[in-house]
Design a protein around this ligand. Sequence first.
Ligand SMILES: [Cu+2]
Length: 170
Amino acid sequence: MTITTTRRTMLASAAALCWAWPLAAIAQQPGSEARSTDGTIIVQQTWTRATPNGAKVAGGFLTVTNKGTEPDQLIGGSADIAGRIEIHEMAMADGVMKMRELSKGLTIAPGASVELKPGGFHLMFMDIKQPAVEGGAIKGTLLFRRAGAVEVVYTVRPLGAAADAHKTHK
Ligand SMILES: [Cu+2]
């Protein structure tokens, strides 16, 4: 009798945990880890910067890890403040740092992590329709050739210190 009751309690607890898990996945916190449905792609530390009023572009930054056994490619995506996004690279060309679009996408080798960061690979939010506000969260998706779409949330970090004087409040 006691054992039966205990088992029932344990089953109920397990059921509650199983129920809580998918809810937690849907209510993803800004900047938290996101996974592809097949589990091969993990995206962490998604962030962007607050945009000055009137800005038409902004950078998107994150770390992507390929846990799969095949190479995958980040080929695009979307962000809810932007008309479209591009995948860019900053690189030295003739002694000058230049930005160019990776029109064929960014390859992530099996077992590798690639960091998209200022001065290197990054996402470019194009045709921005509304400003990114410091402390806010921006929803988006990333599209991978093999793993498909991954939903992410970008944490909005402050503008750089030099740009703080231009920050406006409504
Ligand atoms: Cu760029």
